[in-house]
Write a protein that binds this ligand. Structure first.
Ligand code: ARG
Length: 607
């Protein structure tokens, strides 16, 4: 972020190298790990390596580490002590620049006060990214696992967008399959014409129907003959319904579309509540036809093999086509013998659509880790097919979520409904808030309870490595201590409360800060963390890991809480110090808000 010094130093380095005919490699600056002093560093190894390469065969001998050190020393000599730099070192081929502490502090804080909600935003990357998430199957309910998916996808979208990628948010619900037909079957047979009131009630009712139907259609232990006959009859009806759907039967299609809408209404309502706005909706049912055309194309290109005449399927022998000796991607079916498509087939046409119709350069899929092999196969086939972007496809997997009580299974009805968990978190926080802060108006309390209840959930999901399973414990997540959403939100609230006391001083109108007093270690640590925010955005976006931002937000909150306890603001030694600290508090509050926003968490003013 501190380009002003490095830019002018870079210019000096460039003209020096040009003059001496040194083949300068790209200059990259890395922050020096903080140890009481702030600094940045660049290496001349690459440049020396270029020289060594160029010298080959000329009789001149270049020893890379020695030459790198020599260049670093010469440049150190050349630049002297530029403004804002307290000292310069040439060590082991590196040029280290250390900043004057007070200048550095001033610059960090001033940048934040000026850039506000844009502080940390990356330069445009000139690339378009599509993030696909929030794709639960319809005729089902939104459970806690879907929530982990949604919040992970949303945080990732916010991160890549903020880092400078043009971002498209996409969803791809599975809206057809035997599960969906099962719901239509029971509805038609036993519940026709019924429709519960309320978006959630209606959505969840479909799940109940699914569970009930699955019970009826599953073989029981000690089944009597009559029971078996009935079950088989039901199953035949269900299959017939599926065939009708396939044939485009108007009545079945209408029934399907109407009930699908119930699910989507519920899904959109939940997404709205958690701050998610999807730009583009894809559906499995829509991909069915185009995916058949893809199979034809792959057959024409000799990537797929048609073994249907021998009673087999249309398949891709991925390992063989890639010339791999060891089994990695295996062989995959694209069309069954009866000509129907599979999940994988549809993903091929969907990927093509993403690249060709939406012009994406990168395509990220936020999907359960259990589908890892599926995505490896899909991306490998895209590569064989000749899509350059296949390399830019990325599966962000995530693990299972359970409650302290145990695992869940949709088929058995042991599903943890997201809304139940969210309502419970909000209810519990409302109670705590009534005790701790009885003076809040009910309206404000309701807003805060929603922010903190949902924030606790979001943070609990984002703070664990995405690939690991996790247990969601409401009690822990709502705690004000430890790695929780409320702990971070509370740092923001504390900053807000300090500033409120100083409203008359109009901190925000102070354009620049002056830190020419001896900083406490708490201030230094806080400033250090603030200065790192832009790099954290960049890293989290580059690695597609919201957890990096979650960890940072906790560290920042923790540094702020320590500062809050140890350093007086109101009772600072002088007015100038007080003003500087007020600006530091303003900057910390802003950065906490920016970090929370990237985690899809609201930053409340009171709680
Ligand atoms: N609907 C699928 C499921 O619930 C997830 C879709 C994942 N996305 C994809 N492009 N295959 O398992």
């Amino acid at each position: 972020m501190f380009s002003s010094e490095t830019i002018s130093i870079e210019e000096e380095i460039r003209s020096y190298c040009a003059e001496k005919d040194i083949p300068l490699a790209e200059l990259r600056w890395q922050p020096i790990p903080f140890n009481g002093e702030w600094g940045t560093s660049t290496s001349f190894f690459q440049t020396a390596a270029h020289e060594a390469k160029a010298a080959k065969g000329t009789g001149k001998k270049v020893i890379v580490p020695m030459r790198a050190q020599e260049i670093a020393e010469n440049i150190k000599e050349l630049i002297g002590l530029p403004k804002g730099i307290s000292r310069v070192e040439a060590v082991k081929g590196y040029l280290n620049l250390y900043f004057v502490t007070e200048d550095f502090a001033e610059r960090v804080i001033t940048a934040i006060l000026q850039e506000k909600s844009d502080f940390g935003r990356g330069k445009s990357k000139g690339e378009r990214v599509m993030v696909e998430y929030a794709q639960p199957n319809t005729h089902h309910s939104f459970h806690i696992g879907h929530y982990r998916n949604a919040i992970l996808g949303e945080s990732l979208s916010r991160l890549v967008e903020f880092a400078g990628f043009e971002t498209i948010r996409a969803a791809y619900p599975g809206d057809i399959g035997l599960g969906v037909i099962t719901v239509l079957w029971i509805y038609e047979k036993f519940y026709k014409g019924q429709e519960p009131d309320g978006v959630h009630e209606r959505g969840q009712w479909l799940l109940n129907l699914y569970v009930e139907a699955t019970n009826m259609l599953t073989e029981k232990e000690n089944e009597t003959d009559d029971e078996r006959i009935l079950r088989e009859k039901y199953d035949a009806e269900r299959r017939e319904m599926y065939l009708k759907w396939d044939a485009g039967d108007e009545y079945i299609r209408d029934l399907w579309l109407e009930t699908r809408e119930w699910s989507l209404d519920e899904l959109k309502d939940i997404l709205l509540q958690i701050g998610i706005q999807i730009d583009t909706w894809f559906f499995e049912s829509v991909e069915d036809e185009p995916s058949k055309a893809v199979v034809q194309e792959l057959l024409d290109l000799d990537i797929a093999t048609d073994e249907r005449d021998e009673g087999g399927a249309v398949l891709v022998k991925i390992d063989e086509k890639l010339g791999l000796k060891k089994e990695k991607y295996r062989t995959n079916v694209l069309l069954r013998n009866d000509g129907t498509t599979l999940y994988l087939t549809k993903d091929l046409s969907l990927a093509k659509k993403k690249f060709n119709e939406f012009g994406v350069d990168r395509s990220i899929y936020v999907v359960d880790v259990r589908q890892s092999l599926h995505f490896m196969q899909a991306f490998a086939i895209l590569g064989l097919w000749g899509f350059e972007q296949a390399e830019k496809c990325y599966h962000l997997g995530y693990g299972f979520v359970s409650l302290p009580g145990g695992a869940m299974s949709a088929r058995k009805g042991r599903v943890v409904i997201f809304k139940d968990v969210a309502d419970e978190a909000i209810r519990r926080f409302t109670e705590t808030s009534k005790e701790k802060n009885p003076d809040l108006s009910e309206e404000v309390r309701a807003g805060v309870a929603k922010a903190v209840g949902l924030g606790s959930l979001a943070y609990a999901m984002l703070a664990v490595d995405n690939s690991r399973d996790t247990i969601f414990d409401v009690e822990k997540a709502l705690s004000f201590e430890g790695r929780t959403g409320p702990y971070i939100q509370n740092a923001h609230v504390r900053a807000a409360s300090i500033l409120k006391k100083f409203e008359g001083l109009k901190v925000e109108s102070l354009e620049s800060a002056t830190f020419n007093f001896e900083l406490t270690s708490h201030e230094i640590e806080l400033i250090e963390l603030l200065s790192r925010f832009p790099a954290v955005v960049e890293q989290a976006a580059k690695e597609y890991r919201p957890m990096i931002m979650a960890t940072y937000a906790y560290d920042l909150a923790s540094a702020f809480h320590s500062f809050y306890h140890a350093v007086p603001v109101l009772k600072s030694e002088t007015d100038a110090i007080r003003d500087a600290r007020l600006q530091l508090v303003t900057a910390a509050k802003q950065t906490l808000a920016n970090a929370l926003k990237l985690l899809a968490i609201t930053a409340p003013e009171v709680m």
